[in-house]
Write a protein that binds this ligand. Structure first.
Ligand SMILES: [Zn+2]
Length: 603
């Protein structure tokens, strides 16, 4: 273990020398481990974060640097005391982690976290193909691969020339400096373990905001998985509890159809109904003009991940008040208990076996206990276009006319690759690149075509929602449509999808990604029967609220009587109490929405 050319020292120096000996012996591994553990440092956005008041700042950055040093040291000790194969295996592991992390960082502005891993596991084949064509072959994707290959070559070159480099360093670095570095290194390594203590600071600040090194990210992900599994068990307990209880129906009409439509990735400012310059929602605009549609102007989603929004908008909790979704009932089960026919029509169900449904968090809506106790029926097959999924539901239920029904439609909306979301036929190929002026250098023809596709998908989405309205127009019906979150389509920067905010543009980011279109449509019959409820809806259209409380609105407007309904969370109830609205970036960073958009107003 000892370097042959170094004479054993005595006393304290001897001990220090022995402690750092493995690091000195395997210094190429130690150095590369540090570099490979921190791929995010290659991404400019993370430097910007240092001065971003919303992130952890310099202290957290330095703490993470020390932790990286400690992890690298531990790995080096293991390698130094194991064989050659262990070293090669460790290199390969760190290198693969580096490649994955750099890819996520350059392409998605994301670190390894539970959501990311979850999405990788649960992405089905069709989506994988789309994923590869859109992202893996992008500039960031290729860049990550090139960087990883260069690293690989560098490792081989340095390991092969280890002795020559050592001789060179010995010539230029004074001995006293080398001696002084050893105790400093030991102190730094020990300090790196401090943030790992259970103080809570590490978890909240570093893990939530700033896990730059991949091992910390992995630890956090695994911890997150465990936490999520515990929540899944709590869901089962809640299902059993609600199954034993009753839901009052004294205020529920003899016949009532409640249509709950959860859209996907719809940028509010691209909706004609909200003043967009292009006619992207002509049919909803007609409903607005006729007085049947109410367009809420200040609805904000707390998360920009579909998964998180499914939890937020299907459970009776209030996330802004710190309540966890798994500690509250699943709202469709309340309707089922009230005797409603509840149908789930989910156009985002990935192809999976029923057993997978319980493992995959994304498939929460199809979790066995929820399915069994909440749905009367499930429309089984997923279609390329949302309308086809709805038509299939109608086909199956042609002879089924339950007096009370809750029909849930989960759309694909404008998800990821907008051009795949609408049939390329009249009238849905309305917008072209010519509709988008080249107001910024990055708005080349390709970008403007993507914008046109995005708006065409929105036009198609308009017809999908309008189709549902047409079908239930002559019944006592109430329809709620909103998108799980927004996204960006080159609206103010060269960015497509849901990425991290940039300094100075937090307001634009918050508006694009978290402002969502939110519509309540009432049939003439519903308006006739419930003028008081309709007046409350009309009075609430400009009230700021968060979409995680939508179940309370739906339960309230349907007249269900249950202790889980809390008037202060129902924006259409006079007792509604506004709370501080928080929004969460893909990396889990939390922002106060009002502050985020207020910043923009001050500029
Ligand atoms: Zn989504």
């Amino acid at each position: 273990m000892e370097n042959g050319d170094v004479k054993p020292k005595k006393g304290l120096w001897g001990v220090i020398d022995r402690i750092v000996a493995p690091l000195r012996l395997e210094w190429p591994f130690f150095v590369f481990a540090i570099l490979l553990l921190r791929p995010a440092v290659f991404h400019n956005a993370y430097f910007e974060d240092l001065v971003n008041p919303y992130s952890g700042g310099m202290l957290v950055y330095l703490a993470d640097l020390l932790t990286t040093l400690s992890f690298a040291a531990v790995a080096t000790y293991i390698v130094a005391y194991s064989g050659r194969w262990a070293k090669q295996g460790a290199y390969l592991f760190l290198w693969a982690l580096f490649l994955m992390s750099l890819f996520l960082s350059l392409v998605f502005d994301r670190k390894i976290n539970m959501l990311t891993i979850q999405q990788i596991i649960e992405t089905n084949t069709a989506e994988s193909k789309e994923f590869i064509s859109v992202f893996a072959l992008s500039r960031g994707g290729v860049g990550a691969l090139v960087a990883a290959v260069l690293f690989f070559v560098a490792i081989i070159v340095v390991e092969k020339n280890k002795e020559r480099i050592e001789a060179f360093v010995s010539r230029i670095v004074a001995k006293w400096l080398k001696n002084a570095l050893a105790p400093l290194l030991i102190v730094a390594i020990l300090m790196g373990f401090l943030p790992l203590s259970k103080s809570g600071y590490y978890r909240d600040k570093i893990l939530q905001n700033y896990p730059l090194n991949t091992v910390t990210c992995l630890i956090y992900s695994l911890y997150g998985f465990k936490e999520e599994s515990d929540k899944m068990s709590r869901v089962d307990q809640w299902v059993e509890r609600v199954a034993r209880e009753t839901v009052g129906t004294d205020e529920v009409d003899d016949s009532l159809c409640v249509i709950y439509v959860l859209g996907e990735s719809f940028i509010k400012s691209h909706a004609q109904v909200y003043g967009y310059r292009l006619p992207t929602t002509p049919r909803l605009k007609a409903e607005l003009d006729s007085g049947n549609l109410f367009a809420f102007t200040d609805a904000v989603s707390p998360y920009c991940s579909t998964n998180e929004m499914l939890k937020s908008t299907f459970f009776m909790n209030s996330s802004n008040e710190g309540e966890d979704w798994s500690d509250y009932p699943f709202f469709p089960q309340l309707f089922r208990k009230a005797g409603f026919f509840v149908n789930m029509c989910d156009n985002q169900t990935p192809s999976a076996t029923p057993d997978d449904f319980d493992k995959a968090f994304r498939l929460l809506l199809h979790k066995k206990s929820l399915s069994k106790n909440s749905y009367s029926a499930v429309t089984p097959i997923r279609h390329a276009y949302d309308l086809d999924n709805i038509l299939e539901f109608e086909d199956i239920n042609r002879n089924n006319h339950p007096p009370r029904a809750l029909l849930i439609f989960h759309l694909m909306g404008q998800h990821i690759y907008a051009s795949e979301r609408f049939p390329h036929v009249e009238p849905f190929v309305k917008f072209t690149e010519d509709d988008y002026p080249k107001t910024a250098p990055y708005l080349d023809v390709r970008h403007r075509r993507l914008m046109a596709d995005w708006d065409n998908a929105t036009l198609y989405n308009d017809s999908v929602v309008a189709h549902l309205i047409d079908v239930y127009r002559n019944e006592n019906a109430l329809l709620v449509y909103f998108s799980d979150h927004g996204e960006e389509v080159y609206d103010y920067r060269d960015c497509y999808g849901r990425h991290e905010p940039e300094k100075g543009m937090v307001g634009e980011w918050a508006h694009c990604v978290f402002d969502v279109p939110f519509f309540v449509w009432c049939s003439d019959e519903y308006k006739r029967r419930h003028p008081e409820r309709v007046a409350r809806i009309a009075a609430a259209v400009d009230v700021p609220f968060s979409t995680d409380c939508v179940p309370h609105m739906v339960v309230g407007l349907s007249g269900l009587s249950t202790p889980y309904y809390r008037p202060h969370l129902d924006v259409t109830n006079p007792q509604f109490a506004p709370v501080t609205r928080y929004i969460h970036s893909s990396d889990g960073r939390r922002f106060n929405y009002a502050e985020a958009v207020g910043k923009e107003k001050r500029r």
